[in-house]
Design a protein around this ligand. Structure first.
Ligand code: DX5
Ligand code: ZN
Length: 219
């Protein structure tokens, strides 16, 4: 079984309250919030006010994915805006240990995200300090992209590192998740599946979340 984290990047922003309430009623465990700055990634999504607005209606933890340069400057603000999990990119943090400690001090759970080209082995020395590792299964910046197959190997490797060292961080996978790959991802070791367009472009998003969940329980 894996947790499901629908990404509101693919929601209807003019009906954000309605879409958040749909997630509240669904079998999803988290609400994934994608923050893009147009610098770390070649796209701008939304920022603090939208995160705050989502938090006002959310009855599930906000899983905030910061795709921004110099995230340290904004950690406190996103925590105040309702972030429960705060995930920064490995590639954006020269002092990752300090960043992770800062997130904990703010009372949030620290996560680290890896771009598709970044090997999981690079996290070896920070793994005991984190609550979550997010493996990007597309290049960050846009929803609706094709899943990168090498992701399975990365998840398996990371799951092995976790087991060998008796650690307990969550493994999250983000990008191109659907009912075709959900069970395989769970079997590889993923604990949290992010899904944006597969959920929100479906005719029945609520039923689609249930289908994703079911796929992972049968894995
Ligand atoms: C991509 C974001 C993802 C995105 C996933 O940069 O980090 O969370 O919303 O979207 P889909 O599920 O459409 O690939
Ligand atoms: Zn994301």
């Amino acid at each position: 079984m894996s947790f499901i984290a629908p990404s509101i990047l693919a929601a209807d922003f003019a009906n954000l309250q309605r879409d958040i309430e749909m997630i509240n009623r669904s079998e999803a465990e988290f609400i994934h919030v994608d923050i893009m700055d147009g610098r770390f990634v070649p796209n701008i999504s939304f920022g603090l006010p939208v995160c705050e607005a989502a938090h006002k209606h959310a009855r599930k933890p906000l899983d905030v994915h910061l795709m921004i340069v110099e995230p340290d400057q904004y950690l406190e603000a996103f925590r105040k805006a309702g972030a429960h999990i705060l995930t920064v990119h490995y590639e954006a943090c020269p002092h990752l240990h300090r960043t992770v400690q800062h997130i904990r001090e703010l009372g949030a759970l620290p996560g680290i995200a890896l771009n598709p080209h970044t090997p999981v082995e690079l996290l070896s020395d920070i793994l005991p300090d984190v609550s979550l590792v997010l493996i990007m299964s597309v290049n960050p910046g846009f929803g609706g992209q094709k899943f990168i197959e090498n992701t399975y190997r990365k998840i398996e490797k990371l799951a092995r590192m976790r087991q060998e060292r008796d650690l307990d961080f969550l493994i999250e996978v983000d990008g191109g998740v659907n009912t075709q790959n959900a069970a395989l991802l769970t079997r590889a070791g993923a604990d949290v599946l992010v899904a944006g367009s597969f959920v929100f472009k479906a005719d029945d998003p609520l039923a689609t979340i249930a289908e994703l969940k079911k796929a992972t329980t049968m894995a």
